[in-house]
Design a protein. Structure first.
Length: 227
């Protein structure tokens, strides 16, 4: 598990027509969202690991934020989830596994920082879940379709888990939640290549673009208003 991969989302998993932001706001009252007025922290959740928990504790200790609490939630791909297994079994013993997932950047069968992630999640009152490869791909597609963000499988993992945590009530409707998508999907095109329509490839010439445009059934491209 990579504790640096953190992400967040919102309401019903089946709300395919709602964007990530719309789904979140549909279950998050405006009064409960993160506010910086008066340097007050309202209750919120983050899908992350020990370094972020440490950072927010220090922000409170030095007085940069006042009030409010945060929860740390963790996400792992189902094919490489030793930390989640330990969390669900209520044990500190993290049993190594052989990774088998499309999320290669978090396919770590024996994470060195697993104990610290468990501690951060438990101390903050958070939770963790896994995401299967199909769930990861669905989350990648949802984020791309609704927000224009193409995430790598690690980002799809935490987004898929955030949806699960909200659907099961682990993340409450009056909490603000943060999911940080840090990895670009262009690094791992092979992970989604079989589940999306192949893009059209042309030479960098205007006549080739026009030929493709016409072949798509839209007729000739209008130059009206062109610079």
């Amino acid at each position: 598990m990579n504790p640096g991969h953190c992400r967040r989302f919102s309401s019903g998993v089946g709300d395919q027509d709602l964007s990530a932001v719309q789904q979140l706001e549909s279950v998050t009252p405006a009064s409960a969202r993160f506010s910086r007025s008066g340097a007050q922290m309202r209750p919120w959740s983050r899908i992350a690991g020990d370094p972020l928990a440490k950072a927010f504790k220090e922000l409170k200790e030095v007085g940069l934020v006042h009030g409010g609490e945060f929860k740390i939630h963790c996400a792992q791909a189902a094919g490489a989830a030793p930390v989640i297994h330990a969390l669900h079994k209520n044990t500190d013993l993290i049993t190594p596994v052989k990774p088998d997932t499309i999320a290669k950047s978090i396919a770590i069968g024996n994470p060195a920082d697993g104990f610290y992630v468990l501690r951060a999640v438990r101390e903050s009152g958070g939770w963790g879940e896994t995401a299967s490869d199909p769930e990861i791909i669905d989350a990648i597609k949802l984020l791309a379709r609704t927000e224009g963000i193409f995430a790598e499988p690690a980002g799809g993992t935490t987004l898929a888990v955030a949806l699960k945590l909200i659907a099961t009530g682990r993340i409450k409707a009056d909490e603000s939640v943060v999911v940080s998508i840090t990895g670009n999907g262009y690094k791992t095109l092979e992970a989604v290549a079989q589940s999306i329509e192949a893009p059209l490839v042309i030479e960098a010439r205007l006549k080739d673009f026009d030929a493709i445009y016409e072949s798509l059934g839209d007729g000739k491209r209008s130059l009206k208003g062109a610079a």
